[in-house]
Write a protein that binds this ligand. Structure first.
Ligand SMILES: Cc1cc2nc3c(=O)[nH]c(=O)nc-3n(C[C@H](O)[C@H](O)[C@H](O)COP(=O)(O)OP(=O)(O)OC[C@H]3O[C@@H](n4cnc5c(N)ncnc54)[C@H](O)[C@@H]3O)c2cc1C
Length: 466
């Protein structure tokens, strides 16, 4: 009997050890890690494909696997990059021409979608697509024991020994009664952006322009080094942008032009739309955001065609399925990662992930982005406790909605980090199931050892007591 039918027939039984809700990069890494560590694993996703923000919202490139001296992200994240590179779906890690981070990792979202299905099949992860999580299932003691989903066939329950909430919006954790926080001190979140790709671009002409106008591009590349091949990221074109704004051609609260290379020489990904003042958990706000952002895309495509050298014949190749949400709510976990933890490059005895990405906060109220960087060669760590909700057992959280402050989230939300967090959650869940213990009681030494064996880059000696 096909796997999906077998599961349906025994739906009322706990046929899975681990249930992962949300098939974004965190959820995919969690499901892979759980299955590879021996757990019977089900991954549930609301769309008909995996990848979440990286595919549905078409967000890229991934930033960053490096701290300016060495690679600090390994494990499943690095494996995915290598698999994509082998099939031409990514050039791998490349120098960031816009000087924002050490390296960026472009990828093709379509190649990523295909690869994620392959990886799940290889690891034996069961999939349930087109299923929208409604709420957590709780046992009589308030322990999470699965979740309820709205599907085309009606409401469906999926039970498991451990549930991982990787929905980015913490739907499962919130409904299980875990304490939540959202946004900054005033509850404001970072703006949302609808990503789009432009094809038929002549980057040779763009490169010639930034060679002739070196002050118009944020970059430490010498003018002579600005070739089409080296333009992994372009930030600037200030004069072109200001002229378009002044003439009223564009009405987008952005301070510069920002686009990124893709694996293909005539195509770029544009990260420029910006919708502020929305609550991503309010359907009316989301509706307004999608409509507003799409109107901005129309203006921006015209701007590129008429103003930017190399884009005269460009075409709108694709817009994302959904607007990209940088921030919504976060759980309050056993530890709350802070701004100081990030900027002081703190290490933890129970660390499960590392990142060197700056704290970058896109202005929740309008134009502008504030950036606080770590010095080259430094990275901070994220403790396992940030994945463990207070009080509620049977539950872990991975990805954007882990336990941090608003400022720390502005760094931890980046894709290489959420993949590592997913791998940690999936591995911990499998260890908990195997030992018959709660996720919060998983011995962190064993977890870290398992992660290191699987290629996750963890510092050898932690500095800050856990
Ligand atoms: C505009 C923008 C620009 C960004 N720029 C970059 C960048 O340049 N580089 C970088 O590395 N990162 C960037 N990020 C951050 C990064 O892309 C995300 O934070 C990260 O991908 C989040 O991963 P995740 O797995 O936690 O969540 P997601 O990828 O959002 O995954 C959540 C998954 O859960 C599913 N889901 C949600 N709700 C339900 C439900 N009710 N039922 C069932 N399934 C559900 C979703 O469909 C999705 O698949 C950016 C983000 C945005 C929005």
């Amino acid at each position: 009997m096909p796997r999906a039918l077998a599961r349906r027939a025994t739906n009322a039984l706990a046929v899975h050890d681990v249930l992962v809700v949300g098939g974004g990069n965190a959820g995919c890494a969690a499901a892979l890690a759980a299955a590879r560590n021996g757990a019977r694993t089900l991954l549930v996703e609301r769309y008909g494909f995996l990848g979440g923000t990286a595919t549905a919202a078409m967000v890229g490139p991934w930033m960053t696997f490096h701290d300016g001296r060495e690679r600090i992200v390994g494990g499943i994240a690095q494996e995915i990059v290598e698999r994509l590179t082998a099939r031409g779906g990514s050039p791998g890690h490349v120098h960031d021409a816009s000087d924002y981070v050490a390296t960026v990792t472009p990828f093709d979202p379509e190649a990523h979608k295909a690869l994620l299905f392959e990886l799940m099949a290889e690891a034996g992860v069961d999939l349930l697509l087109h299923a929208y999580v409604l709420d957590a299932l709780l046992d009589e003691r308030g322990r999470a024991s699965g979740a309820r989903f709205a599907t085309v066939g009606g409401i469906r329950e999926e039970r498991a020994a451990v549930t991982i909430d990787a929905t980015a919006d913490a739907f499962v954790a919130a409904s299980a009664g875990v304490e939540m926080v959202q946004g900054d001190a005033r509850g404001r979140v970072q703006p949302a952006s609808l990503m789009f790709r432009l094809s038929h671009v002549d980057l040779e002409r763009t490169a010639a322009y930034v060679r002739e106008h070196p002050e118009q591009m944020r970059s430490s590349l010498a003018p002579g080094e600005r070739t089409a091949a080296s333009l992994s990221a372009v930030a600037g074109l200030y004069d072109l942008w200001e002229r378009a704004r002044a003439s009223g051609e564009v009405d987008v609260p952005r301070e510069l032009v920002s686009f990124f290379a893709t694996p293909y020489p005539d195509e770029v990904t544009v990260n420029m739309t910006r919708v502020t003042g929305i609550d991503p958990l309010d359907a009316d706000d989301l509706t307004r955001a999608e409509i507003e952002a799409r109107a901005q895309v129309t203006q921006l495509v015209a701007f590129f065609r008429t103003r930017v050298p190399g884009f005269e014949r460009c075409r709108l190749a694709a817009t994302a399925t959904q607007i990209g949400i940088r921030e919504s709510r976060r759980i309050v976990g056993e530890y709350v990662l802070t701004r100081d933890d990030v900027l002081e490059a703190r290490a933890f005895d129970d660390a499960v992930a590392r990142s060197a990405y700056p704290i970058d906060i896109h202005n929740p109220g309008g134009s502008g982005t504030t950036t606080h960087r770590l010095p080259p060669g430094q990275s901070y760590e994220i403790p396992y406790r940030c994945l463990v909700p207070q009080r509620v057992d049977g539950l872990l959280v991975a990805g954007r909605c882990i336990s941090t402050t608003h400022e720390a989230l502005a760094s931890t939300r980046l894709t290489p980090t959420v993949m590592t967090l997913g791998q940690a959650a999936g591995t911990a869940a499998a260890l908990a199931v195997a030992a018959g213990i709660e996720p919060r009681d998983v011995p962190v030494a064993t977890l870290r050892e398992r992660l290191s064996e699987a290629g996750v880059d963890l510092r050898r000696a932690a500095r800050t007591p856990a």
